[in-house]
Design a protein around this ligand. Structure first.
Ligand code: NAD
Length: 475
């Protein structure tokens, strides 16, 4: 089935294209061939969106929470009904396999449902005061929000921000990635069909630097939420400083995985290998730096390499394929350089290590005995590459895990409960998974420390990020 989405901007309740707007060419990463043209927002489009967000905000803010929740639930149900179609669009635009694409749509629906409920249970508090006096703490929506999201989970990362912001009572202008516009347009369609009033949610694709500068400089925007690279995150934080705009930054990671000799080795390998190659490794919490206890290191890398060689790579629409291409041309180029650097410093390539024959493919790769100085031990590869090194004891493992300026996710595999507790405390990361990769769920906070950013998405913390507090004292 071909690509069928007619790509448009969604501003003040109207779908817009043409009219001499510049065009971005959307490419299918399997073939590197163009599949569609996306109109890019002009400065006038952005001004119109800002004005609509400003106008729509007070009404949405004061809309009964039951009604807000009903619209979000309805959008969730429409996403579920349309999951196959949206999933196919996502696979064609981004490359991930269809099963993962459909799961992403369903996970996004869950976020809309969860925040619909959370908004209803968002209470302030009353402070203890003498009779006749009243002091209360109120939660209020922060105001119109601008979101910037990346191409690796274009629907889920958009939904994480938008579901929470809408639940809190904010209006939202979103700039999703230009590479994957059809699937994010489907989120806007679901919200529109669910009855969201015009101007409450808008979609503006464009030249990223132009759009972010324009929106962040506007006094209409009271909060920015960005997911993407550390470099762009720091740049946007600078823009937010100039306009004193609140900001949440969900940036990169370089997740360590500590494998202890008391783990169930076969079970651990069966978990970690598919997880490494999910979405071709383009996951900010992808397990990447494997530190393995010396006594099981050889068995671990052997089992990892065997499983890696069996990962079937191809077009994500084919049912038996387990890993698709990377999302754009930048990724295989960047990963190729990192692998070459590691190889030249003595790392062993136990599987893969090179690009595919066409499109934006890179073979599932395992590097062993990678020196600490290799670039790939220090820079997030954001691709289908696992690197491994042995360690002798827990202190060394923790030191290696915490060595980098990243602090997003970390994982450990051990059957020793006391060790698991100690690791949970000692690892510097926003999320720690012990014998588990289930760290991105609607009801738990998700976010990093150190250079991986700040602010949480998911859980009640995700709602609070779109709120301000006000204390009212009455005598
Ligand atoms: P990039 O730094 O060019 O862009 C990252 C994202 O930010 C993209 O979605 C892009 O559209 C957006 N962006 C870029 N400049 C912007 C600007 N001035 N204003 C607003 N948005 C802007 O990197 P890339 O080549 O697209 O991705 C590679 C790197 O990005 C990876 O190595 C990874 O570290 C990081 N990344 C992280 C995540 C995540 O989930 N945290 C997702 C995607 C990419």
């Amino acid at each position: 089935m071909g690509y069928e989405t007619d790509l448009k901007l969604f501003i003040d309740g109207a779908w817009k294209s043409g009219e001499d707007r510049d065009i971005f060419t959307v490419v299918n990463p399997v073939t590197a061939e163009p599949i569609a043209e996306l109109p890019l927002a002009t400065a006038a489009d952005l001004d119109e969106a800002l004005e609509a967000a400003r106008r729509a905000y007070p009404e949405w803010r004061h809309t009964d929470v039951e009604k807000r929740a009903a619209i979000l639930h309805k959008a969730a149900s429409l996403l579920r009904q349309r999951a196959e179609e949206i999933g196919r669009t996502l696979t064609q635009e981004q490359g991930k396999i269809f099963a993962e694409a459909k799961a992403e749509v369903l996970g996004s629906a869950q976020l809309f449902d969860w925040y619909a409920e959370e908004a209803r249970r968002d209470y302030g508090r009353v402070l203890v005061r003498p009779a006749g006096q009243l002091s209360r703490v109120m939660h209020e929506p922060v105001g119109p929000v601008a979101t910037f999201t990346p191409w690796n989970f274009p629907i889920y990362l958009l939904a994480k921000k938008v579901a929470a912001a809408l639940a809190a009572g904010c209006s939202v202008i979103s700039k999703p990635p230009e590479e994957t516009p059809g699937c994010t347009q489907a989120v806007a369609r679901a919200l529109e069909d669910a009855g969201l009033p015009k101007g409450v949610f808008q979609l503006v694709h464009g030249v990223p630097d132009m759009v972010s500068r324009h929106l962040i400089a506007s006094p209409v925007i009271r909060k920015v939420s960005f997911t993407g690279s550390i470099a762009v995150g720091k740049h946007l934080m600078g823009l937010c400083a100039e306009s004193m705009t609140r900001v949440t930054l969900e940036l990169g990671g370089h997740a360590p995985v500590l494998i202890f000799d008391d783990c169930d080795l076969e079970k651990t390998l069966d978990m970690v290998v598919p997880q490494k190659f999910r979405n071709a490794g383009q996951v900010c919490v992808s397990p990447t730096r494997f530190y393995v206890q010396e006594s099981i290191y050889d068995a671990f890398v052997k089992g990892f390499a065997e499983r890696t060689q069996q990962v079937k790579v191809g077009n994500g629409l084919d049912a038996d394929v387990k890993m698709g291409p990377l999302a754009n041309q930048r990724r295989p180029e960047a990963i190729g350089k990192l692998v070459e650097d590691a190889r030249s410093r003595g790392a062993k390539v136990l599987a893969g290590g090179e690009p595919g024959d066409s499109g934006y493919f890179f073979k599932p790769t395992l590097l062993a005995d990678v020196p600490v100085e290799a670039e790939i031990m220090n820079q997030e590869p954001f691709g289908p590459v696992a690197v491994s090194r042995p360690f002798s004891d827990m202190d060394e493992a923790i030191e290696q895990a915490n060595r980098l300026p990243y602090g997003l996710a970390a994982f450990a595999f051990t059957e020793n409960g006391r060790r698991a507790n100690l690791l949970g405390d000692a690892i510097e990361a926003g999320m720690v998974g012990i014998n588990s990769f289930g760290i991105s769920v609607a009801d738990a906070p998700f976010g990093g420390v150190k250079d991986s950013g700040f602010g949480s998405e998911g859980g009640k913390e995700g709602l609070e990020t779109y709120q301000v507090v006000k204390a009212i004292h009455q005598a």
